[in-house]
Design a protein around this ligand. Structure first.
Ligand code: ADP
Length: 486
């Protein structure tokens, strides 16, 4: 991997400000999903190393929370600037370990860094409250205090932003953190820690404990059972989120969960079709369809169904599939073979039940884990694509007749993260916005992520909100002071 600053490439864990191997010095391999090549062997952490990281986070919290908000903010601003100064290297590292096109990786660095900047600013505005008291000799004051050491477990689809979205608000309010990055993408996480150290984030405030898939159970077990950890923030699959929530129940540990989705993308007869196609492309195919807010079910009203399908197919045919590092590539590989197999199974199931393949439908001729950008038409709700998260570049199109019918169908899922719709009638815009049971609704818009807005889901898509002024609330405890005898 060619980096302009080779010191960003770390293969050891970062615990208490030191780069360390695991107790038994074992490692796990990180592969380039586009080529299958070995990129690095990374130190494999287990429960005992995680315990050490938690202890160091606890010690570090004494000094970190005692700093003024402005002092913490200044250090975080330095971290933000360093992330941006190293945008090119971080993006390259991300593309090589994760596969996304370099332009998308460059965008993720900006997005990820934006949380550090945002929460550095928010740190200074963590206001408490003075409440009119219930007696003349009393005063009622509300403090917001850092919740404690937090454990963060993050996925591979956004190797940088999913870490900063959790760690930045935590650090801003005076918490310290132990992060377990996804086994596919530990290098970006470790590079972030290198930059945090350069920015002056004190030792123990941010710890990174990489591990392989098998050890995730042990590391997750320690994070959820160690009483020093007061909160778990997780982004990943719904089954693992439920498991972690159960594990946290024993100590009534707080959780923030950002889990799977089954996003509806609805195109009404009165939509601007070109805008809807652009939005569908952005929402569906970004990161090769591997985001939790990717359009998973595209509902198109009967009057515009054929025209929309034709325009979408035309746009999809112009995609360039290839190595994320090659110029002009718009779609990289899927993360691994299991992901490719799952996508193919879903497409085969849909075909067997009567769906038509408008384009794609098979692994890409590049081989490996590349998959053809795909559009399925004539899709019905009995097919697996209707209820399972596809996590691949496959757009299933469903035909619908009425607004009432499509709202019911869009909500007919245990998930509730993101939804999208395209319409111009103002009454319809309100009715549909209010009727969709989702945490996020994109209206005539396919890209909804920004650090300034609350991101999160309802139902089985999760608990809590990340980003925005709401994002700090998950990392503080409210303490009520009742002062008598005034
Ligand atoms: P995905 O399907 O996106 O890989 P996962 O939920 O399996 O989603 O992974 C998200 C994160 O959760 C990764 O960091 C992974 O290592 C971690 N993880 C998976 N299983 C467990 C577990 N039993 N305990 C703790 N973390 C886990």
């Amino acid at each position: 991997m060619k980096l302009s600053d080779e010191k960003l490439l770390h293969t050891q864990a970062y615990i208490n400000g030191a780069w360390v191997d695991g107790d038994d010095e074992s490692t796990f391999d990180v592969l380039n999903p586009a080529t299958g090549e070995l990129i690095a062997s990374v130190a494999d952490m287990g429960a005992s190393e995680t315990k050490k990281a938690i202890e160091s986070a606890q010690e570090a919290m004494v000094g970190w929370r005692a700093k003024t908000a402005k002092e913490r903010a200044n250090i975080m601003q330095a971290w933000f600037k360093l992330i941006m100064e190293n945008q090119q290297d971080l993006a390259m590292m991300m593309t090589i370990e994760q596969g996304k096109p370099l332009a998308e990786a460059m965008g993720e660095v900006v997005y990820g860094a934006s949380f550090v900047e945002w929460f550095a600013e928010e740190a200074k505005r963590l206001y408490g409250d003075v409440i009119p008291a219930h007696g003349p000799d009393k005063r009622v004051v509300v403090l917001k205090q850092p919740i404690g050491v937090i454990g963060a477990i993050t996925p591979w689809n956004f190797p940088l932003a999913m870490i900063t979205r959790k760690v930045a608000p935590a650090l801003a309010v005076g918490c310290t953190a132990v992060v377990k990055p996804a086994e596919d993408t530990p290098l970006t996480a470790l590079a972030l820690a290198e930059l945090a150290e350069r920015a002056g984030i004190p030792k123990g405030v941010l710890n990174i404990v990489p591990c392989n898939k098998a050890n995730a159970v042990a590391v997750g077990g320690e994070l959820t059972s160690n009483p020093t950890v007061r909160k778990i923030s997780f982004t990943g699959s719904t089954p693992v989120g439920k498991l972690l929530m159960k594990q946290c129940a024993d100590q009534v540990k707080k959780v923030s969960l950002e889990l799977g989705g089954n996003a509806p993308f609805i195109v009404f007869d009165d939509a601007d079709l070109d805008a809807a196609v652009a939005g569908a492309i952005a929402s569906k195919y970004r990161n090769a369809g591997q985001t939790c807010v990717c359009a998973n079910r595209i509902f198109v009203q009967a009057g515009v169904y054929d025209a929309f399908a034709e325009k979408l197919a035309e746009a999809v045919k112009s995609f360039k599939v290839g190595l994320g590092t090659d110029d002009g590539v718009t779609q990289g590989p899927l993360i691994n073979q299991a992901a490719l197999n799952k996508v193919q199974e879903l497409v085969d199931d849909a075909k067997a039940k009567g769906a038509n393949v408008l384009c794609g439908g098979s692994p890409h001729e590049m081989g490996g884990t590349f998959y053809q950008p795909t559009i399925l038409t004539n899709v019905t709700t009995d097919m697996r694509v209707a209820s399972e998260e596809i996590f691949g570049p496959v757009a299933p199109l469903y035909k619908f007749e009425s607004e009432e019918e499509v709202i019911v169908e869009a909500n007919n899922t245990p998930f509730g993260l993101a939804a999208y719709f395209y319409a111009r009638d103002i009454g319809r815009v309100w009715r549909v916005s209010e009727g969709l049971e989702y945490g996020i609704v994109g209206i005539n818009e396919g890209i909804i992520s920004t650090e300034a807005a609350p991101f999160g889901g309802v139902k089985e898509s999760g608990i809590g909100r990340e980003g925005s002024k709401y994002g700090v609330e998950d990392f503080v405890e409210v303490k009520y002071l009742c002062m008598g005898g005034v």
